[in-house]
Structure formats: C-alpha cells, structure tokens
Design a protein around this ligand. Structure first.
Ligand SMILES: *[C@@H]1O[C@H](CO)[C@@H](O)[C@H](O)[C@H]1NC(C)=O
Length: 290
C-alpha cells in the first residue's frame, strides 16, 4: 500500500499544478483591456470569463495588452444565443497603419435555428479580399468551442476545436506578401452589422432580443511578444524560459491535412479562390499555388 501511495502523490501534484497553470494561463485581467462599450464588456469570475454585449446604443470590445510577432493562440467562445441575425462577433489579429496585416475570424449571426457562418480572411500589407466561409459542425451558441490561430513565419492555420479549417502559406517567393514583420494585437468585438451580415443585409437585428451576449474563456498563447522593438523569441533567456517553441515551425501533418480537406469539402460555403464572378480574369496568385 505504501508503494501505491508513493506513486500516486506525484501524480496528484502534477494534476493540481496543471490545473493551477491553466487557471493562471487564462486571466483576462492580465492579458486583455476592455476597450469600448463601457459596462457592456465585462471580466468575471476572477478573470476567467469575459463577456461582450450589444444593445441598441452600442456594441463592445477588448484587445490584448501584448503585441505579438507570431503566435499560437486559442480562445474558447460561446456565441450569441437565439436570434442573433445582424450581429457580428469578430475575433482577430491586426497590426496598425495603412498597410496593415490582419488574420480574421468573424462569426455572422443568424435567425434562431439557422446556421451561423464562420467567416475568415487574411490581409497582408493592407490587402484582404481572401474570404473563406464555413458552416460549423456543431451549434456554436450552445457551448464553448475553441477557435485557434497559428501564425508562424511559414504559414497561418485557422482551427476549430483542433481541426484545421484553413491554411494560408507563406508564398512570398512567388510574389504574395505574407504577414511577417508587423506585430499584431488580438482584438474582439460584438457589433451591429445588420447592413450586410445576415443574408447580405436582408435580415435585421431584432432589438426586442437585446442585449446580445458572447462569452470567452480559457485564452492560451504561445507567442513571441513584441515590446520596445524586440521579440521575446530572439532573446535566449526568454525562449529557454518558455521552453517549447515547436509551434514556430509547426506544419500540417498528413492526418491534419486530410481533416482540413474534409472540412473544406463538407463545410466550406464560400471560397474567394473559386469566385469567378469576382475574379473573372486571373484568380488571386496564391489560389493557383496552393
Ligand atoms: C442563415 O441561415 C440561412 C438559412 O439557412 C442561410 O442561408 C444563411 O447563409 C445563414 N447565415 C447568414 C449569416 O446569413
């Protein structure tokens, strides 16, 4: 018996310490600032939960305290319940200036029972027009689900519950600009976009359902933090302290690639690469290469 106990103790210690780590990893007070919408944006439960809401007077939003030059970020979101038509919840990375870079998740609300659309885009040096849209294989309003962005020097991968849904590769060598020198911050907002969001603006927000609320938890980041013109990943002390930098070189293995293809086949509802009305002459360069 003594032996059994002796082997269980370290295991319990390990479990407890990983729970503590998870708790400290997700402290919205530590990682984010509420930036607009006054009390419509709230941090709750000792920093473990964040909620945004939208009413007729205003939406709300938050942003990360840190800027990143490459990161692997996970966030769990639960989207606006019920009739969310006309609302948009945006969760994205963006740099500043007129030639900014941006990596977007946008969740386009819908009438009760109709599917949400997950809209994605990638901007490099101020140019976007790279929309891909998906339905989800679950109800994103019923529970929290994990939405992730991997951004390293070789690629951007969007994932949902660890399933990759989109990859944007670095094809600079073929003349396609790739975000790799402008630090980005994380932004999120819930706002009124009923001029376009749901069925091209046909369905308006039903204000009798307001306030609309989206919730966030379990933020986790592996990141190169940018401060005072330097990246934490370039200093030896920092990278050895943060340990595992595998994400900086990560790519899709053959299993992930198969899952990505399957999601694109079954859930993708819009792909700019095959929109010949929009691009009648030549498809965007990166579309011919991937
Ligand atoms: C909302 O549901 C309708 C009907 O199923 C669908 O056509 C539409 O794409 C959905 N999403 C949005 C954002 O309009």
């Amino acid at each position: 018996m003594a032996n059994v106990n002796a082997s269980i103790v370290p295991l319990i210690a390990l479990i407890v310490s990983s729970i503590l780590m998870a708790a400290t990893a997700s402290d919205f007070y530590q990682d984010f600032d509420l930036t607009w919408g006054d009390s419509r944006a709230k941090i709750l439960n000792n920093g473990q939960l964040l909620t945004l809401s939208l009413d007729k007077a205003s939406g709300s939003g938050f942003q990360s305290k840190n800027e990143y030059l490459f990161c692997q970020i996970d966030m769990q979101l639960m989207l606006v319940r019920g009739n969310s038509a006309g609302t948009v919840t945006a969760y994205y990375l963006s740099s500043k200036g007129s030639t900014w870079d941006e990596i977007d998740f946008e969740f386009l609300g819908n009438l009760s029972g109709d599917p949400y659309i997950l809209h994605t885009n990638v901007f490099s040096q101020g140019k976007g027009n790279r929309e891909q849209q998906f339905y989800l294989w679950f109800d994103p309003t019923a529970d929290f689900h994990t939405y992730s962005i991997l951004w390293n020097p070789q690629r951007i991968i969007f994932s949902v519950d660890s399933t990759p849904i989109r990859e944007f590769k670095n094809m600079e060598s073929r003349g396609v600009p790739f975000p790799k020198s402008q630090p980005m911050r994380i932004y999120s907002s819930l706002w009124n976009a009923d001029d376009w969001a749901t069925r091209g603006g046909l369905v308006k927000i039903d204000w009798t359902q307001a306030p609309f609320t989206a919730s966030y938890r379990n933020f986790n980041a592996n990141a190169c933090v940018w401060s005072n013109g330097a990246s934490s990943c370039n200093s030896n002390s920092q990278s050895s302290a943060s340990g595992n930098n595998a994400w900086l070189f990560q790519e899709l293995d053959s299993t992930s690639r198969k899952r990505l293809k399957l999601v694109q086949k079954n859930y993708m509802i819009y792909n700019y690469c095959i929109d010949s009305e929009r691009f009648p002459q030549d498809r965007p360069l990166e579309c011919n290469l991937s």
